[in-house]
Design a binder for this molecule. Structure first.
Ligand code: GH3
Ligand code: MG
Length: 323
């Protein structure tokens, strides 16, 4: 596990780094509060930190307060290290939402065990976070997980000025499969379909189960027609190879609606989802086992919605479909 040591005193910094590396931690160090905040904001930031309280400039308690006031992101476990041992100081340190507190000079065995307790809490938090974001049946993202991924992919798409697509996929006549083969077989179909769809998309794409027999696929950085081929490739593969359950073969087909925001600007998430949903509705209405796509220029759509108050259905789009 990666750990950040924020300590202006060279003696303690070297002492801590040596001990932590001996205990198997990957150690990052810095000497003041300001630079620690930059490290916490960075990619793959440490989630465990030892912060010295007294430092020139921004002190450890202030770093702690600023970290806790951040919205979102992963939790950072903070152990404050200080020469202050009065009860009022302990209360102030913990009041700034540090997780733990150790007074210098400290015993190394105590520090090691305190950090192990911190690591256990972080592991538990990761497990809970994973459970909250994943569907227990298919092990794909659940609705909350895929929507959060959609938001973060939209931010990246804007930074890269690249297109962002959302496909909503729904099994055709799935109720019949439940009726004919029973609910447990229906569950197995959902699981196998999830695995097969995941294996057909790129590693950088994301897939989640939206609920029931509906899935969402998020694709960043591909042009609209490439996304269309990707999703239609998934559809074709599912159509060609029936799901195998023991000695039974269950033929299924899927329909998909794809919305692509081609502008490279942060798309309106609600609009992207609604557009993909309309495309799915069109795919079902046009006979199922097909993909329908709607290209949207977000700026145009937003401007039109604001100025003319037109309904979603009146927005012009290019429509592509398969059969
Ligand atoms: P359509 O082609 O219009 O999509 O027809 P459909 O029968 O698939 O209709 P719809 O998508 O509305 O129905 C989804 C069905 O999926 C309803 C419900 O019985 C079933 N379902 C939802 N969740 C589960 C699940 O977790 N397991 C199983 N086995 N079935 C589920
Ligand atoms: Mg369905």
């Amino acid at each position: 596990m990666k750990i950040l040591v924020v300590e202006d005193d060279r003696f303690y910094r070297v002492l801590l780094q040596t001990a932590l590396e001996r205990w198997g931690y990957e150690v990052v160090t810095c000497v003041d509060g300001e630079s620690s905040l930059r490290i916490f904001e960075g990619v793959d930031a440490p989630r465990l930190a030892i912060l010295s309280w007294l430092m020139p400039g921004m002190d450890g308690v202030e770093v702690c307060k600023r970290l806790r006031s951040r919205k979102g992101g992963l939790y950072t476990y903070i152990l404050l290290l200080t020469a202050r041992s009065a009860d009022a100081d302990v209360a102030a340190g913990l009041g700034a939402e540090a997780d733990d507190y150790l007074v210098k000079p400290f015993d190394f065995d105590v520090l090691r065990e305190r950090l192990r307790a911190g690591s256990r809490i972080l592991d538990l938090q990761s497990q809970l976070r994973r459970q909250a974001m994943h569907d227990s049946l298919t092990d794909l993202y659940n609705r909350a997980g895929i929507l959060q991924t959609l938001e973060s992919e939209a931010v990246k798409a804007e930074q890269e000025a690249s297109p962002l697509s959302l496909a909503i996929v729904d099994i055709d006549h799935f109720k019949r499969i439940n009726d004919e083969f029973h609910h447990a077989a229906g569950d197995a179909v959902l699981c196998q379909l999830a695995t097969r769809m995941k294996s057909r998309i790129r590693d950088s794409d994301s897939i989640g189960r939206n609920g029931g027999d509906e899935f969402m696929i998020v694709v960043r950085g591909l042009e609209a027609l490439e996304v269309f081929s990707l999703v239609d490739g998934v559809r074709g593969e599912i159509e060609r190879s029936p799901i195998r359950l023991g000695d039974k073969q269950i033929a299924i087909t899927i329909s998909a609606g794809v919305a692509t925001s081609t502008t490279g600007k942060m798309p309106d998430m609600g609009l992207l989802i609604q557009t993909a949903d309309h495309a799915l509705y069109a795919a079902k209405a046009l006979g199922r086992n097909r993909v329908e796509m709607k290209l949207m220029s977000n700026q145009e759509i937003t401007a039109k919605l604001q100025q003319d108050q037109v309904s979603q259905h009146q927005i012009p789009f290019i429509q592509i479909g398969t059969q």
